[in-house]
Design a protein around this ligand. Structure first.
Ligand code: RIB
Ligand code: CA
Length: 315
């Protein structure tokens, strides 16, 4: 039986970890058909997240993948960014320049709607930033919901606690109202929160392995992670920073590296104290219907072996 690549749309806010996720996905065309990248404001403003997405297409030699700019702010909340982690350019550590890879004229929301409406229900959405674009597409055209195969996202936290407030993880915190729409859409959700991404630590040895691949992609990844890890090393006392977003592409490529549980997840949108909390009902005490696969365990060595091997395929 021929192996057809899975069609996906990655919605992202590069961010070094988003950038690594993009390279992992773009390095695997025989497994993942990246229909397009949509950028959203998050780690840094939209002007830079869309540019950074285009830079990763250029670095991966994937001139065939269209990049679209989406929403420049959340639905209701003021935009909160994370230059304190990612640097002013969002992917500090990388060679930052104006990419030759073009930005498409169409809005990201229109690309998501049009692509899903033209599809046959087999397209997976892969959001790794605030969920503003995805939620806006659902609001604009609710008919797309039944045409989404799965949503494989990075966001949320439970046992780990939040990384922006004690309760909330950044992607959900920035746009909790958008998250509420996406988590309530009824389609299969595979959720990689901090509980699992904090097990995927870019230690010095692992970063050195990227640098030793010997190509531009490996060098760039090592340089980006050396920059972004400093914040988490200082904050958590770990030997490296967590690789959040690459858990999504790694899951798509090798799901057996991950372990999850079907649970109910609700999003807090009212309380100022716990705004953006993902209330993960791990033990089923709420009686609410499960709406997500909550990923809570990972073979981190397996993820890094996959990443190193796939990055070595790039120019
Ligand atoms: O909390 C981590 C998440 O927020 C990652 O997706 C990172 O890129 C930022 O978007
Ligand atoms: Ca991100």
């Amino acid at each position: 039986m021929t192996h057809e690549p899975r069609p996906i749309i990655i919605d992202c806010d590069p961010g070094q970890d988003d950038a690594v996720n993009l390279l992992l996905a773009l390095s695997s065309p025989e497994d993942l058909e990246v229909l397009g990248l949509t950028a959203v404001a998050g780690n840094v403003g939209l002007e830079k997240t869309q540019r950074n997405a285009r830079l990763m297409c250029e670095l991966a030699g994937r001139g065939d993948v269209p990049v679209f700019a989406g929403c420049e702010r959340p639905f209701l909340r003021p935009l909160v960014t994370a230059e304190y982690v990612h640097g002013r350019e969002g992917i500090d550590g990388a060679d930052i320049h104006e990419p030759t890879h073009p930005l498409e004229d169409a809005h990201a929301i229109d690309f998501i709607v049009d692509t899903l409406m033209a599809g046959d229900g087999n397209i997976t959405l892969v959001p790794t930033g605030p969920l503003t674009n995805v939620a806006a597409a659902i609001v604009k055209e609710p008919k797309i919901v039944s045409r989404i195969a799965e949503i494989v996202l990075m966001g949320g936290a439970s046992r780990e606690g939040g990384n922006v407030t004690p309760s909330a993880e950044f992607n959900i915190y920035v746009d909790p109202h958008a998250a509420k729409i996406v988590f309530g859409c009824g389609r299969p959700l595979i959720v990689h929160g901090l509980d699992v991404t904090h097990q995927v630590i870019a230690t010095p040895d692992r970063v050195t392995a990227f640098a030793e691949i010997g190509n531009a992609a490996g060098r760039t990844v090592a340089q980006m992670l050396n920059f972004s890890s400093r914040y988490d090393v200082e904050k958590y006392g770990t030997s490296g920073g967590p690789l959040h977003d690459p858990c999504t592409a790694a899951y798509l490529l090798k799901p057996d590296l991950f372990r999850g549980k079907r649970v109910n997840i609700e999003i807090e949108t009212a309380s100022e104290l716990t705004l953006g909390e993902t209330s993960v009902d791990f033990w089923g005490v709420s009686g609410r219907e499960p709406n997500a696969l909550w990923i809570y365990e990972v073979d981190a060595d397996g993820v890094f072996a996959l990443l190193t091997e796939r990055l070595s395929r790039l120019p």
